[in-house]
Design a protein around this ligand. Structure first.
Ligand SMILES: [Mg+2]
Length: 306
């Protein structure tokens, strides 16, 4: 049998600074480094993107995501459909999304929250796991009133005892859900706030689907749009909600997440997707036609990814 020629991918490393540092339970993020992947086939150019070092190509989940994205981009261009429709023909191209708040100081945080709500975001998200969580969430609730959904994300920074204590404290502020309160989500059945699995989806998806009420799917961490979509189908079949989220990457990777979120909406209504992260970057890879307006990412009826 003749060997099949491997497609030739071209890698272009990048480094993007955040507009302001983002504090998480796992440390402070102030830049993102990765690489764009280009695939040239039959006069078409497919684009993908991975976070991490090109040295990890082609084996890391992010590298697999980038290659798959470039291939699907070419295929969607060839078939003349938005990439989301390759994943599911019934994809809903209008995707409501949440805004991630990153201001450090309280007055800035209140201003950022108010601005996001005025821009039309119906769901705001905050990182938690510090000593002033209650004050930060309360400032945001106060700034935006009761009509906006607040989502929190502990990035696995608590143990079960502390998580239950914190979640009980925060529940009266009206919290939509908490992403990954603990690393394994064991012992949280009595949580007054619904619990979502995020980091755990890449490590132990079976246990995550057992223990969580919602799942956060990051195609960059899960090795591709199609593996992530099959997890979404499993989650929905179990009655779980699905939140598709970027990994704070550039416009190409974010566009892949947006197409996935559109495809997941074909499975039923879902909480706001975490796609509005381009606003956290000081500079981007390319212009972003999928930047949210009025809290919504509208994917154009255009062939391909971007
Ligand atoms: Mg998260």
């Amino acid at each position: 049998m003749p060997a099949r020629a491997l497609p030739q991918f071209e890698l272009q490393p990048y480094r993007l600074r955040l507009a302001q540092p983002l504090s998480t339970a796992r440390g402070v993020i102030d830049f993102r480094a990765g690489y764009v992947v280009l695939l040239r086939e039959d006069g078409l150019i497919g684009r993908g993107e991975a976070l991490g070092s090109p040295d990890e190509f082609p084996h890391s989940p992010a590298a697999r995501y980038a290659m798959e994205l470039a291939r699907l981009d070419v295929q969607a261009q060839r078939e003349g459909v938005p990439l989301a429709r390759l994943i599911d023909r019934r994809a809903q191209l209008r995707v409501p999304c949440s805004a991630l708040l990153s201001a450090a100081g309280m007055p800035e945080l209140a201003r950022e929250a108010k601005r996001a709500a005025q821009e039309g975001f119906g769901t705001l998200k905050l990182k938690v796991g510090g000593s002033d969580d209650f004050a930060r969430v309360a400032v945001v609730r106060d700034a935006v009133g009761p009509g906006v959904r607040l989502r929190i994300d502990a990035n696995g920074g608590w143990d079960a005892v502390e998580a239950l204590r914190r979640l009980r404290e925060l529940a009266p502020l009206g919290i939509e859900l908490c992403e990954q309160p603990t690393p394994d989500l064991i012992g949280l059945r009595e949580s007054p706030i619904p619990v979502a699995a995020d980091e755990m989806m890449a490590q132990d998806p079976d246990a995550a689907l057992e223990r969580a009420q919602a799942v956060v799917l990051k195609p960059m961490a899960l090795g591709g749009l199609l593996p992530a979509f099959s997890l979404a189908q499993r989650a929905v079949a179990r009655g779980l909600q699905v939140i598709v989220t970027t990994s704070l990457e550039g416009a190409i990777g974010r566009a892949g997440a947006a197409h996935l979120a559109a495809a997941v909406l074909a499975l039923g209504p879902q909480p706001a997707a975490g796609l509005a992260t381009g606003r956290l970057l000081a500079a981007d890879l390319c212009p972003d036609p999928l930047a949210p307006r009025d809290g919504v990412v509208q994917i154009p009826e255009k062939a391909g990814l971007l």
